[in-house]
Design a protein around this ligand. Sequence first.
Ligand code: DGP
Length: 113
Amino acid sequence: MADCIFCKIGNKEIPSTVVYEDDDFLAFRDINPVAPTHVLLIPKKHYSSLLDLSEDDADLMGRMMTLVPKIVKQLGIDEGFRVVINTGAKGGQTVFHLHIHLLGGRVFNWPPG
Ligand code: DGP
């Protein structure tokens, strides 16, 4: 997608701090971290959100999920972390290219306690 910021990060038109890359995925540091470690994992293929997925995407998305343990171990946050996918403007999504937030360290107080 021509005007998608994460497509541009994925194809290196826009620089980012990359922590993992292969042919289909890129993980990079969030520009506005809300946790001591805050990384975004994206498919290089453009999907606007989780709502774009169909059965045809099961293999790609399965591989994306299996990257999570690999990346959190590399980042040293595997003792405890959160995985967040904001979906839709009312779900807090601000960049409309599917991405997984990987949040490690002390994060927002949810669930409370
Ligand atoms: P969300 O609100 O779930 O759509 O998350 C979008 C995240 O993307 C937000 O935490 C900030 C981050 N972000 C937006 N623009 C850039 C950018 O140009 N570079 C990087 N590294 N992160 C960005």
